[in-house]
Design a protein around this ligand. Structure first.
Ligand code: SAH
Length: 212
């Protein structure tokens, strides 16, 4: 079940769940999610569920990937996007087909290596991967039109807020590791960082430091 039909069915399911942006649904249809999970799990790659990718981490649920991507595209499509938490690389691959450039940060080296292999297989050339603690962001390419966290902090790191361009938006799950988390959108305006809550979610925690 790694066929186009399985992908079409997944896109249909996401549509039923409220994903409306045709660009997002098209990219879900075009992206081989089975390449981003272990072969033993490939037959489940087009279910709308998170799946383990090793090191206690998960590839995000397709619905969540689609929802976060749709939220980022709601205004003009961002040119420069920072993702914190590369994991399998699937979210980065989806984004890279819809925005100018993606910089993605991962603290666990072997996960980053695996993601790099799949992304080069897909010939996506507008993604740069960095092995670093994403709590610090990646100031070298700042400011970003959009910043996406795919791991949940208790509090959004200030370094990330400072790397957001004026008018840019940051999307992050915020909350306790096993408790309630909320998907939060922060928009930077000249006067303030404006916060909106987009509903409950469940992500792995944003952890400190790097793992070789
Ligand atoms: N976007 C991923 C989701 C992976 S799960 C995907 O599509 O598969 C979240 C990832 O965030 C994990 O790989 C985890 O190691 C990573 N992570 C957690 N804390 C981090 C930090 N401080 N900096 C960078 N990555 C982090």
């Amino acid at each position: 079940m790694t066929s186009q039909r399985a992908r079409d069915r997944l896109a249909g399911r996401l549509r039923e769940l409220g994903i409306r942006d045709p660009r997002v649904l098209e990219v879900i249809r075009a992206t081989p999610r089975h390449l981003f999970v272990d072969e033993a799990l490939a037959h489940r790659a087009y279910e709308n569920t998170a799946l383990p990718i090793g090191f206690g981490q998960t590839i995000s649920q397709p619905y969540i990937v689609a929802r976060m991507t749709e939220a980022l595209l709601a205004e003009a499509a961002p040119q420069m996007v920072l993702e914190v938490g590369t994991g399998s690389g699937y979210q980065a691959a989806v984004l890279a087909q819809l925005v100018g450039r993606v910089i993605s940060l991962e603290r666990i080296r072997p996960l980053q290596r695996q993601a790099r292999e799949v992304l080069s297989l897909m010939r996506l050339q507008n993604i740069s991967l960095r092995h670093v603690d994403g709590n610090q962001g990646w100031p070298e390419n700042a400011p970003y039109d959009a910043i996406l966290l795919t791991a949940a902090p208790r509090v959004i790191p200030e370094a990330l807020l400072l790397q957001l361009d004026m008018g840019g938006q940051l999307l992050a799950p915020v909350g306790e590791e096993s408790g309630a988390q909320t998907l939060v959108r922060i928009t930077r305006t000249p006067e303030a960082y404006v916060r909106e809550d987009l509903g409950p979610v469940s992500f792995v925690p944003l952890l400190p430091g790097e793992v070789q």
